[in-house]
Design a protein around this ligand. Structure first.
Ligand SMILES: [Zn+2]
Length: 395
């Protein structure tokens, strides 16, 4: 419902914004997204194969079937940070992010570039760097390298945190959040206790839970860090295991962890539109390395630039909600083309000051005959739902 209202609202906002813009011709603004991979000058070749397909069917993970809070359902993902008091899992996190959440370029086993939808953040560092629990909670699982639940994750710790207040995500109540730490080289005391007893072990915010490393399929020392809402089961696992207790969620639980470590006001972004050919529009979004929180792209083609113009095409991509993506399998999620939008991420690593991602919109399937004044409009939103950039171009 909240998403639906937001969509209606944003169409209205977009329309109003573009009316304003049309009085002054085109302007600029901002935005982006980027990716990782890399190696450049850093002495490592970062291929990161942790298939965060991870899975982990847990019988004690009961699905909350109610989707109502106070009689109505509102998705309030942007409120998450209000209800979880956190510290970063590593020191100076924005100096260390080597791969961002969402579409990215990573290097394959032969050093070839590969498109990948990364469902976590990577923090670059040195073996032995302390990794801390982001919030109070309990060690929910710890897996030694070679486990089958996270076959590429190496030594893995999962901490379960209770939210001070529930939020809703995809219409389901979220009371717990899981923080996941991969590729560790050493265990902290709590994790050792868990591995010995297999019982939940309480942890405090900021407690050292382990040390950074490259266990699993990591090719350099880094922490792969994830946040999953209410379930640890990926949508792929749910689809493949319909009998499991987590199969009823129906959503992919990973969200962009960067939203926990940012202020919720909008940052600085760039957004450019250009006609890359007669058949397509190139959308370029850039974010600064201190934000890295572009989350949602909205494209609308209207018959003209007036307030009452009919919408010919409306298309959304949302990383946290996976809108416009097929997350039912890792293979499908890692397709760079999503219907008429081809996603073109650029390399990103910790030495970059901006993160860039392009989207090539294919117009060949859009029937513009009879619409000589058609206008192509784009709006970009951050992880908090802030409208951070708008732009339009005549078709
Ligand atoms: Zn990663």
């Amino acid at each position: 419902m909240r998403i639906f209202l937001k969509t209606i609202f944003s169409i209205l906002v977009l329309t109003l914004i573009f009316i304003n813009l049309s009085c002054q011709s085109l302007t600029q603004e901002n935005g982006t997204d980027g990716q990782d991979s890399s190696s450049e000058g850093e002495g490592f070749s970062s291929q990161d194969f942790e298939s965060e397909t991870a899975q982990d069917a847990d019988p004690d993970d009961l699905v909350t079937t109610s989707s109502e809070i106070g009689g109505e359902t509102f998705d309030v993902l942007d409120d998450l940070r209000l209800y979880l008091d956190v510290v970063s899992p590593v020191d100076d996190p924005f100096e260390k992010i080597s791969a961002t959440f969402g579409p990215r370029i990573m290097l394959g086993s032969e050093g070839e570039e590969q498109y990948d939808f990364h469902r976590g953040l990577d923090f670059d560092g040195t073996e032995g760097d302390a990794i801390t629990a982001i919030a109070e909670g309990e060690i929910y699982r710890a897996y030694r390298e070679g486990n089958t639940s996270y076959p590429n994750g190496g030594n893995v710790i999962i901490i379960k945190h209770s939210l001070a207040e529930p939020i809703a995500f995809h219409g389901k109540i979220v009371e717990n959040v899981y923080s996941i730490y991969m590729h560790l080289s050493e265990w902290g005391e709590s994790a050792e206790n868990y591995l010995r007893s297999q019982d939940p072990i309480p942890v405090t915010k900021g407690e050292i839970i382990g040390k950074m490393g490259h266990s699993g399929t990591a090719s350099y020392d880094h922490l792969h860090f994830e946040l999953r809402l209410q379930t640890t089961c990926s949508l792929e696992y749910q689809v493949e295991h319909p009998e499991s207790s987590c199969s009823d969620y129906g959503f992919d639980p990973h969200i962009n962890p960067v939203m926990l470590f940012l202020s919720s006001e909008a940052g600085n972004y760039d957004l450019d539109l250009s006609r890359s050919s007669a058949e397509s529009v190139l959308i370029t979004v850039r974010a600064s390395d201190e934000r890295l929180d572009v989350n949602h792209l909205e494209v609308i083609i209207t018959e003209n630039d007036s307030l009452s113009a009919n919408v010919i095409v409306s298309k959304d991509l949302d990383y946290n909600y996976r809108t416009g993506f097929d997350a039912r399998s890792t293979e499908a999620l890692d397709e760079s083309a999503s219907d008429e939008i081809n996603i073109i991420p650029y390399h990103f690593n910790k030495t970059d000051s901006t993160q860039r991602i392009d989207y090539e919109y294919d117009l060949t399937e859009v029937d513009l005959s009879g619409f000589p004044d058609a206008v192509f409009k784009v709006a970009v939103y951050d992880v908090f739902g802030n409208l951070i950039a708008t732009q339009q171009i005549d078709l």
